[in-house]
Design a protein around this ligand. Structure first.
Ligand code: COA
Ligand code: AMP
Length: 633
């Protein structure tokens, strides 16, 4: 099949508003848009400024009304809990409208924020949709974050209620959420009125009288009383959710997603990018705490009338490296979307794909990878063992959907390993130098997007237009700064090579080294520190912290390093995967006092390095190399 990509992209270029007006016809509006884009509204404009809609209606009720009531909407499979469950669209409507009535009775209404701090269970998805139904703005916090991170998000979002469960389940250990939540609420200056807690059989959480409510009991009581909440009317520009993501400091950015543009963009991607038809099974093996989980576990597959999968497990060890193959066979999965790190984990454990011999993967048409750079080795291995196209695609929490990819539904373009292929309609991607001038093909530069961003991308940061402008729009006027660097080749293929800021990517998780430095610096014995991401064969990168101890500290450095590792786990959470702290006598700096993180990274990665001309004292670099060697890094 020849690809329609170039024709469709040119159509968008010719008339972006017309393109999105056509795409908007796929959505059930309460008041359809008469204006497509208002460039004067918001920080850089608003999509569908006069339309009204409800996202939950489009994800649930619409399909029941349209005859999909008996089709599976959600498949839950948990090797962790030894549980499986299927939820039809009809049952999903019952679950979501009943839970929405519970939230309403707890005093939650349109515009209120609700924090969702939950493991990968269907109730997390019910919670998000119940919020969407009544116009409450959900903010899901990944379960691997610790109390302090949760507290920061509570303070910024000022939620009326928190929805949680008694525990998450990680290999070999339970993660009791309630003590973390109680501690977070204690640390936060904003106190939510109510907590709705789902008791899982693996752990019972204690309840605080007056504030905490039992999820199952509340839902049961609402159901017995015949209570259900209807979908409320929202402006297309009203926020659907806020998702916090790492910025360059310890204060995360609250990425806002609106209702209308988000639906239009995600619905478009399901067929045109992912090649999925309604009724098919689409599996994003991520977590609802990340953007991939928001867009492709919850919203996009349901907006499309497909079946989505909630998998509470890992690619390896639950029970083995055949876990993904079992899932694909058991549920006739048509497309799998995961992070390259998951395939690196499988490859490491089962390089010859022996486990695959036990399964039939007839249903699988495509594997999609995102979240971090897809290294050609891993992509080729996946292609070889699966025998289906492996599509790398590049996006960010901020955009909410793919910026650069290979549109399977429009007809695939030839794959070039190392490139996620071409910009999607909606994205005018440019490679520029520091003066915002275009650079030649093949030359590295900053990747920016000509404004406006398309529907679905963030209109702003939560209650912080100024930070939105400062973070993304100020440096390259007229453009959105992606903070990724890369280049374009002569065929128009893009190559995304790495971040230009201090964000690192660990197992597909986005982390701020600045945030980790703040934690290390809070230790009583630490005078100075620097955290960098160093190469890791499994997780892509892993954080490595260098610390200079205060003069006069006589305690064993090894002991302090252990405390620092524990401190980051305690303050940020296990997801930071912070395992290496190295004590050094001095940090390498420029004469103006800037820490030479880039050179330290090259040394740690074993790449070629030279001492920058501006360095204060070149001997320090040899000391860093010796310290890393002594640590076995
Ligand atoms: N709740 C609590 N803790 C969690 C958690 C959660 N929801 N998710 C992860 N953690 C913990 C892990 O148990 C681990 O703790 P440990 O240090 O005690 O081992 C730590 O956080 C780091 O987690 P992670 O980096 O995800 O590694 P992992 O050990 O769980 O396994 C691989 C990761 C190697 C299997 C990896 O291939 C993978 O699949 N990662 C997830 C990829 C992903 O979903 N990315 C999202 C973007 S698409
Ligand atoms: P997140 O916001 O967590 O989705 O992380 C976004 C960042 O992950 C991007 O800015 C990139 O640095 C990186 N990233 C995501 N997908 C890709 C990809 N396909 N190729 C290269 N880098 C990627």
């Amino acid at each position: 099949m020849t690809s329609r990509y170039r024709e469709v992209y040119a159509e968008w270029q010719k008339n972006p508003e017309n393109f999105w007006a056509q795409a908007a016809r796929e959505i059930d509006w309460i008041t359809p848009p008469t204006r497509i884009f208002d460039e004067k509204a918001g920080v850089y404009g608003h999509w569908f400024p006069d339309a009204e809609c409800n996202t939950c209606w489009n994800a649930v009720d619409r399909h029941v009304a349209g005859g999909r009531g008996a089709q599976d909407a959600v498949i839950y499979d948990s090797p962790m809990a030894g549980a499986k469950r299927r939820v039809t669209y009809g049952q999903l409507l019952d679950e979501v409208s009943t839970l929405a009535a519970v939230l309403r009775d707890m005093g939650v209404s349109k515009g209120d924020r609700v924090i969702v701090y939950m493991p990968m269970i269907p109730e997390a998805l019910f919670a998000m949709l119940a919020c969407a139904r009544i116009g409450a703005i959900h903010s899901v916090v990944f379960g691997g974050f610790a109390a302090k991170e949760l507290a920061t998000r509570i303070d910024d979002a000022a939620p009326k209620a928190v929805l949680t469960a008694s525990c998450g389940i990680e290999p070999g250990r339970l993660v009791p959420y309630k003590p973390l939540l109680d501690e977070a609420i204690r640390l936060a200056s904003v106190k939510p009125d109510a907590v709705l807690l789902l008791q899982r059989e693996q752990a019972e959480a204690s309840m605080i009288a007056g504030r905490d409510h039992d999820w199952a009991a509340c839902v049961e009581a609402a159901r017995a009383a015949g209570k259900r909440a209807d979908c409320v009317t929202l402006k297309a520009t009203d926020p659907l959710y806020v998702l916090y993501t790492s910025g360059t400091t310890g204060i995360p950015k609250g990425v806002v997603r609106d209702n209308g543009g988000h639906m239009v963009a995600l619905k478009w991607t399901m067929k045109n990018l992912y090649g999925i038809d309604p009724g098919e099974v689409f599996w994003a093996a991520s977590d609802v705490g990340w953007v991939v989980g928001h867009s492709y576990i919850v919203y996009a597959p349901l907006l499309h009338g497909a079946t989505t999968v909630i998998y509470e497990g890992k690619p390896v060890g639950t029970p083995d490296a055949g876990a993904f193959w079992r899932m694909i066979e058991e549920y006739d999965i048509a497309a799998l979307f995961t992070a390259p790190t998951a395939f690196r984990a499988i490859k490491k454990e089962d390089p010859n794909a022996e486990h695959l011999k036990r399964y039939q993967l007839k249903s699988l048409r495509t594997l999609f990878l995102a979240g971090e750079r897809a290294d050609p080795d891993t992509v080729q291995w996946a292609e070889r063992i699966l025998g289906v196209p492996v599509i790398d695609h590049w996006w960010q929490t901020e955009t909410g959907w793919c910026i650069v990819g290979d549109p399977v539904g429009l007809g695939m373009l030839p794959i070039k390993h190392g490139s996620p292929t071409v910009p999607m309609p909606g994205y005018d991607v440019r490679i520029v130098d520091e003066a915002a001038q275009p650079v030649a093909d093949g030359k590295m530069g900053s990747i920016v997007i000509n404004l406006p961003l398309p529907p679905g991308a963030l209109p702003t940061l939560w209650k912080n237009d100024a930070r939105m402008f400062e973070s993304y729009l100020a440096e390259f006027p007229g453009y959105y700064k992606t903070a990724d660097a890369g280049y374009r080749d002569a065929d128009g293929y893009l190559y995304i090579m790495g971040r230009t800021d201090d964000i690192i990517n660990v197992a597909g998780h986005r982390l701020s080294t600045g945030g980790m430095e703040e934690v290390l610096a809070s230790h009583q014995d630490v005078a100075e520190c620097a955290v960098i991401g160093i190469k890791d064969a499994l997780k892509g990168e892993q954080p490595c912290g260098f610390v200079v101890l205060k003069s006069g500290v006589t305690r064993e450095p090894a002991l302090i390093e252990k405390e620092l590792v524990a401190l980051v786990r305690d303050k940020i959470g296990p997801v930071a995967a912070f395992k290496i702290a190295v004590t050094v006598a001095r940090l390498p700096k420029t004469r103006s006092g800037k820490i030479l993180r880039g050179t330290m990274k090259k040394i740690a990665d074993g790449d070629e390095w030279t001492a920058p001309a501006t360095i204060d004292d070149p001997a320090i670099l040899d000391e860093i190399q010796a310290s890393l060697k002594a640590k076995g890094v």
